[in-house]
Design a protein around this ligand. Structure first.
Ligand code: GUN
Length: 300
């Protein structure tokens, strides 16, 4: 039985970070400029604390400045808006990320819209979403950007390929579809209300699964040889009670049908933070009118 090529996102992300660190070092030498990333965490959610710490550590490892802002869970919307206004005005800060989800007293749309468009390294601001949809110089959301880099390296020429994006979130599904369209794929967005989801998936040369349902996509939903990118990060129970991480794709059955696929963990996950660093480098360069050269590792 055929076995899919494993797309090693961990290794790919490490090589991407090496390329980013080299450009950061060059910016320092050529323009005396150090990209700065501010990460804002409101409250004490344990998973968010780990993410935020990792974002800061990896920014520092790439030679960037990292500014961590930890605010209490009782922070008001006005207080958070004031903090964002300070960061917008701070010339040492080139990228601002407010970790989501936010406590319920805060309207996340209002917060996202308060971040300066040029510093919106998450790419969640409606202006950046609009620029992406209309072919402008957008800040692109990190997870779909990471998925696209893997596809460019592992899926061959993207032009004309049939791509199915499973999921329609603002963070992954919609920007992923826009990116694939920009690469000249024929794009379908499928979701929980789609009629015959399996049949839609079977048409896909490229399948990006981002629905948040553990192991939903089975091997017999796939076209033989398809490239499968699994964005899912679902915790599922195990007999020892510890639980484990599973993607949206049923790995065991997909392995025999797909041409190439990302594992969970070790696929898309590491690419997300690497692309946050890439966006911070891009933001710093653009804010200083410095051209950005593309960094795109190849398949290993
Ligand atoms: N929480 C989970 N993922 C993300 C992300 O990509 N960006 C932000 N800001 N918060 C998140």
């Amino acid at each position: 039985m055929a076995t899919a090529t494993m797309i090693d996102g961990k290794n790919f992300a490490a090589r991407l970070r090496t390329g980013i660190a080299a450009q950061v070092a060059q910016l320092k030498t050529s323009h005396d400029l150090t990209p700065g990333l501010a990460v804002v965490l409101v409250g004490e959610d344990p998973a968010s604390q780990i993410y935020v710490r990792n974002k800061g550590l990896q920014a520092q490892e790439a030679g960037m400045n990292s500014f961590q802002h930890r605010l209490p869970a009782t922070t008001t919307q006005a207080e958070l808006l004031a903090r964002i206004a300070d960061l917008n005005a701070d010339p040492a800060v080139h990228g601002i990320l407010v970790q989501l989800p936010l406590p319920t007293q805060i309207d996340s749309h209002a917060i996202i819209e308060a971040i300066a468009v040029a510093k919106d390294v998450d790419g969640f601001h409606p202006v950046n979403a609009g620029l992406l949809a209309t072919g402008g110089d957008a800040m692109v959301p990190c997870t779909p950007l990471g998925c696209l880099m893997l596809l460019k390296a592992y899926a061959g020429d993207l032009i004309g390929q049939r791509a199915v994006v499973l999921g329609r979130s603002n963070i992954v599904g919609k920007p992923m579809a826009a990116l694939l369209l920009r690469e000249h794929c024929t794009v379908t967005i499928a979701h929980s209300r789609t009629r015959d989801l399996a049949e839609e998936c079977r048409r896909a040369d490229i399948l990006v699964a981002a629905v948040g349902q553990a192991q939903m996509v089975k091997g017999d939903w796939l076209k033989p040889g398809a490239t499968v990118i699994d964005v899912g990060m679902n915790r599922i129970p195990t007999p020892d009670g510890k639980g484990r991480l599973a993607g949206d794709v049923d790995f065991a059955s997909a392995l025999a049908v797909a041409g190439a696929m990302t594992p969970v963990p070790g696929g898309v996950g590491p690419m997300t933070i690497a692309c946050l660093l890439l966006n911070t480098l891009t933001a710093a360069s653009r804010q200083h009118g410095i051209p950005v050269s593309e960094i795109l590792p190849t398949a290993d």
